[in-house]
Design a protein around this ligand. Sequence first.
Ligand SMILES: Nc1ncnc2c1ncn2[C@@H]1O[C@H](COP(=O)(O)OP(=O)(O)OP(=O)(O)O)[C@@H](O)[C@H]1O
Ligand SMILES: [Mg+2]
Length: 266
Amino acid sequence: MALIEVRGLKKAFGDVVVLDGVDLDIERGEFVTLMGVSGSGKSLLVKMLIGLLPADAGTIRFDGEDVTHLPEHEWTPVRRRIGMLFQEYALFDSMSVFDNVAYGLREQRLMPEPQIAERVKESLDSVSLPDSADLWPKELSGGMKKRVALARAIAMHPEVVFYDEPTEGLDPINVTRVDRLMLRLRAEKGITSVIVTHNMQSAFKISDRLIFLHDGQVALTGTPDELRARREDPRLRHFVEASLKRLPRRSRPPGTPSEPPPVGVP
Ligand SMILES: Nc1ncnc2c1ncn2[C@@H]1O[C@H](COP(=O)(O)OP(=O)(O)OP(=O)(O)O)[C@@H](O)[C@H]1O
Ligand SMILES: [Mg+2]
């Protein structure tokens, strides 16, 4: 049984149908990347998987339990098993780094304060920010904010973490650093990892499997090698071109022509 099973998931806002029958399985320990053009519903899908927005139709199962229509108070034990890095940093500007990372632990009353302090230290150590506990969000660079948000997501020792654009806006050095960090968390703690990203290069490098959303459905899925073997698939070329167009010029790999890319897949 997959850890997360999604069947026929639908969501519309007024007349705008965003998700139109999403079918998806995420296995335990898997490192998967969710891709799709801007507005295709990636963030929406992730938010629905953690119960922040209700489904119009379809089912979501988490570890065998149907959570599609779970009342809010029954989500608490499920969310305790899930870490979330939101696309917006979602750090509280009025709280120190320490208090930001401790937030979920305190809110869920999981442990006494001395143990919280240990857990915060451990989490900040694992994102390579051991001396940042007393800093304030405004004192951090974009890359550091992402890593603090990551520390907060892993502080609860979740089984699965959703990372919504964890490397958006970062320079190549920080992209590599955050990629390695996510891989290490999977390797050391076995965390099932679902990453939303537009970064095709790193997605092909780090993922066990890629999932492409298009027209409200999973249009394509496969391992990097399987997708490379299908590099002429027009839908895949469409994604690659769309993602390259979206990249700012300076972060394109050197020598990448503006369009269309000669080789569809990294
Ligand atoms: N709470 C909401 N209320 C109304 N519309 C919403 C809501 N959440 C998402 N949408 C709409 O759903 C669509 C998909 O949004 P979503 O944020 O999931 O896109 P995305 O694939 O994450 O895009 P990006 O790559 O730019 O982050 C958009 O048209 C958005 O306006
Ligand atoms: Mg998004």
